[in-house]
Design a protein around this ligand. Structure first.
Ligand code: DX5
Ligand code: ZN
Length: 218
């Protein structure tokens, strides 16, 4: 089933509650929360308090994209804040299987994110511990970038790998997901679309974009 996960980082902070409610009514399936530590990526974004606030404001699941070093240190705190799905980056993990087991031990779904230039060759070893694979379509750290076209071949290879192993985790894509890219990404095998500034919150570019209209278009 295809799912849509609006990116909370792209919601103007003072409009957070009303836009979360509007998107929930419009049919969002879950919400995407970007966490950045200024080290793994050169930017800062959301944290545990925002996860708890979003959980309080909506009844939808929250997926937390951890763009941070040493994610093991913070996973229990994000789980306690109400994160339903925790997605650290493979590039930040020394013992990825241990981390995925840690996430599941907190009663949460476990995901792994791959940068655009990270190959899928480690995934066969991780599939037994994974609920979600996040295939980044831009380098992580900033909204509003341009999709890296190599992602289409990568999704096709990933689909082949999953069929070979008889596994069907969710395949999430994140970065410039919009009207022009979304259908091609779904055709290539993605089933969870993160919508950020490109597809939703600044679409069409306007000072006060109509988020619900943009959501319906997508
Ligand atoms: C980028 C973040 C994304 C971001 C996407 O590092 O992980 O979730 O919100 O924004 P757009 O869709 O504008 O690329
Ligand atoms: Zn993200």
């Amino acid at each position: 089933m295809n799912k849509i996960s609006p990116s909370v980082m792209c919601i103007p902070p003072l409009e957070l509650k009303s836009q979360l409610k509007a998107l929930e009514r419009a049919g969002a399936d879950q919400f995407h929360i970007d966490v950045m530590d200024g080290h793994f990526v050169s930017n800062f974004s959301l944290n545990q308090s925002i996860v708890a606030a979003v959980k309080q404001a909506t009844g939808l699941p929250v997926d937390v994209h951890l763009m941070i070093e040493d994610p093991d240190r913070y996973i229990p705190e994000f789980a306690a804040a109400g994160a339903d799905i925790l997605i650290p980056h493979l590039e930040a993990l020394r013992q990825p299987i241990r981390t995925l087991k840690l996430i599941r031990s907190q009663g949460r779904k476990a995901g792994i994110a791959l940068n655009p230039a990270t190959d899928i060759n480690a995934l066969p070893y991780l599939l037994d511990y994974l609920d979600v694979i996040l295939v980044m379509t831009v380098e992580p750290g900033f909204a509003g970038q341009t999709l890296i076209p190599g992602v289409f071949g990568k999704l096709a290879r990933l689909r082949g790998l999953l069929a070979e192993h008889g596994k069907a985790p969710d395949i999430m894509v994140d970065g410039q997901i919009m009207e022009t890219t979304a259908p091609r990404l779904v055709a290539a095998g993605a089933n969870v679309l993160v919508l950020g500034s490109s597809g939703l919150f600044n679409h069409p570019p306007a000072e006060f974009p109509d988020v619900v209209a943009a959501f319906r278009t997508l």
